[in-house]
Design a protein around this ligand. Structure first.
Ligand SMILES: Nc1ncnc2c1ncn2[C@@H]1O[C@H](COP(=O)(O)OP(=O)(O)OP(=O)(O)O)[C@@H](O)[C@H]1O
Length: 597
């Protein structure tokens, strides 16, 4: 319940006074409805359709008002009052429904925005811990279920208020009978806690199945090329069938549970009505007015009490989603890297001396071995540093540490001699352009993909960046030039074209630090040489850090760092390392020469 209360508090702070207005409207609607029913009695009495023997003092007072007034006038007054009350009730009902939807929709929107923002502002460690598909699932399914749960909560409150008011009105006629019905009702709700627990368990299963579904579907579509080329469609289709079967079973279980509880309530209701009518007739012998009204009120309270029960079951079903979303939000808050305020007004650092790693050790969560250890290294400003080493040596991890994505377990990263903290982290990132191994492009036009980095860039600047990245020619050949749509993750482009576009985007920012992680691996030799020359022309104007497998591409680097098993094993200029005959660098170089011959 703690989780629901958390979200109710959020609604409270989100909607403020409107929430109270809404609650007051619920109260008025219930009151109007109660009074409307109450007016039926004198109406029936006056029409003399049924001979109601009025013994109730309240009703007697009521009929006293109409003494001396002609019957038709009394009838018209009461009918007028009745219509007025019903109009009032319908008016408030309409306002309240609109208000309810406004609060709920506004709140759903707020939860989605808040969760999305919290996720984006979390640190890199958070993304390493959480599956992407789980995050997508939370953003789509959990936020949806929480919004639905909030709507059920409103309906619960409305039923609760209505029931309380109807109970209050029923007390005017017979306290004993009202207590009897109410007690019975709440006993039923109390004993059906089992159903609420079972609903909650089903809700939990729903979440797990939803996560597996989302993860599996995302993975299979991301890896569709592998699936098709290796002809493993059947494996995926049977996995999907099995999962779907489980989801269907879970849905049927939920319906079975709901209908079971409904069945029990109906049986209990039938029994209760029988007992109630019997006792009422015995108790209210000769008081047909009270009996009549109590029966009307009972027929209205009882469905609401069962409504409360089914609302509680639905809340039980939604409860795991409330929990999951709250856990996710708390996890984001714990791992918060940036605040919203920090994102705005950040100026890039104009690095003068360079970046430095001082005695850096880093281990991934749950990993036994250090991915980086004893790292003491300088990346001088406006120089080109190349990082090489076998696969798994720690090259990408080192880059992540330099960009502040991962934080060292011990040791520190310094920019111009100042420790990298959350204060200067964003300024550092604003001055970096990073081109990863697997570049990311949005399903948009080439122009929009480039403008992400600099919204104000003019066509002239865009073409300049494209020329630099040897991409201008292929963009010109595209059917709509800069306005060509490039498909999901740039699927309509070749791997090399994608890399060149991302490189152009990186250059458009005019960074003071350019980080290239295997950025030219998909290029043919001709284009790679062209880009290599372009990058060399940048030397002296910005700090360049390159991870490269093809060692020929880093021939002119100012320094080369060789990593193995997370440690620096060699460091120096290309020629110097190539001459260290027993070093790893010359071995790597030799192997590549053998392969290329
Ligand atoms: N998210 C992670 N969780 C746990 N271990 C990881 C994670 N990412 C990398 N590692 C481990 O850290 C070590 C260094 O990985 P890293 O990706 O930095 O190597 P690399 O030199 O860039 O390799 P490659 O050239 O193949 O890209 C490897 O042993 C790898 O298994």
């Amino acid at each position: 319940m703690k989780e629901i209360m958390h979200f109710v508090k959020l609604i409270h702070s989100f909607s403020g006074r409107i929430l109270y207005f809404n609650l007051s409207a619920m109260l008025l609607i219930s009151l109007f409805e109660g009074i409307g029913i109450f007016l039926l009695l004198p109406l029936i009495h006056l029409t003399e359709i049924v001979d109601l023997n009025i013994n109730n003092s309240f009703l007697n007072q009521f009929s006293f008002i109409f003494q001396g007034i002609p019957q038709t006038t009394s009838l018209l007054i009461i009918i007028g009052l009745f219509v007025l009350i019903m109009v009032g009730q319908s008016f408030f009902q309409r306002q309240q429904t609109i208000l309810n939807v406004k609060i709920q929709q506004g709140f759903s929107c707020y939860i989605r925005e808040e969760t999305y923002k919290l996720i984006l502002l979390a640190n890199w460690g958070f993304f390493l811990k959480n599956r992407k598909s789980d995050l997508i699932n939370s953003m789509i399914s959990e936020t949806g279920r929480v919004s639905g749960g909030i709507s059920v909560f409103f309906s619960f409150i409305s039923s609760f208020i209505f029931t309380l008011i109807q109970i209050g009105i029923a007390c005017f006629f017979s306290i004993k009978m009202t207590i009897f019905v109410t007690l019975f009702g709440f006993l039923v709700v109390f004993f059906s806690r089992k159903f609420i627990k079972q609903s909650s368990k089903l809700g939990m299963d729903n979440i797990e199945l939803g996560q597996t579904y989302m993860a599996g579907v995302t993975d299979s579509f991301n890896g569709i090329k592998d699936i098709k080329s290796n002809n493993i469609e059947e494996h995926h289709i049977s996995w999907f069938k099995e999962l779907n079967g489980k989801m269907v079973k879970n849905s049927i279980k939920a319906v079975e549970l709901k209908t079971k509880s409904n069945f029990i309530y109906k049986v209990v209701s039938a029994l209760l009505i029988g007992i109630f009518i019997f006792i009422s007739i015995k108790m209210f012998e000769g008081q047909s007015a009270s009996l009549f009204l109590i029966l009307i009120i009972f027929s209205r309270i009882w469905p609401r009490i069962t409504g409360i029960q089914s609302n509680l079951e639905l809340l039980g079903l939604a409860l795991p989603s409330f929990k999951k979303l709250l856990e996710l939000q708390n996890q984001c808050i714990e791992g918060r890297e940036l605040s919203e305020r920090m994102i705005h007004n950040v100026n890039p650092i104009m690095m003068k001396k360079g970046l430095e790693c001082k005695d850096v050790y880093f281990k991934y969560t749950k990993a036994e071995q250090y991915a980086l250890q004893k790292i003491n290294l300088r990346f001088p400003a406006n120089r080109m540093t190349a990082i090489v080493g076998p696969s798994g040596a720690g090259k990408s991890t080192l880059i992540d540490i330099l960009m502040g994505l991962n934080r060292p377990e011990t040791g520190e990263v310094l920019i111009d001699g100042k420790t990298l903290t959350s204060e200067n982290l964003l300024a550092l990132r604003r001055s970096i352009s990073y081109v990863p191994q697997d570049p990311f492009l949005f399903n948009n036009t080439i122009r929009e993909n480039l403008l992400i980095i600099d919204k104000k860039a003019k066509d002239e600047q865009i073409w300049e960046a494209l020329e630099f990245a040897v991409a201008a020619d292929f963009v010109k050949r595209m059917p709509h030039g800069l306005d060509t749509m490039i498909g999901d993750r740039g699927i309509k482009l070749s791997g090399g074209e994608r890399q060149r576009l991302v490189l152009a985007r990186a250059i458009l920012r005019k960074p003071s630090i350019l980080v290239l992680d295997e950025a030219t691996s998909a290029l043919d030799t001709e284009n790679e040489t062209k880009i290599q020359n372009a990058i060399e022309n940048l030397k002296g104007t910005m700090t360049i850090i390159i991870i490269a497998h093809r060692l020929s591409t880093i021939r002119n680097a100012d320094q080369v760092i060789v990593l193995d098993n997370g440690e620096i094993i060699q460091q120096g200029q290309f020629g110097q390392l190539a001459n260290e005959k027993h070093g790893m660098f010359s071995r790597l170089l030799k192997k590549q020469l053998e392969v290329s011959v």
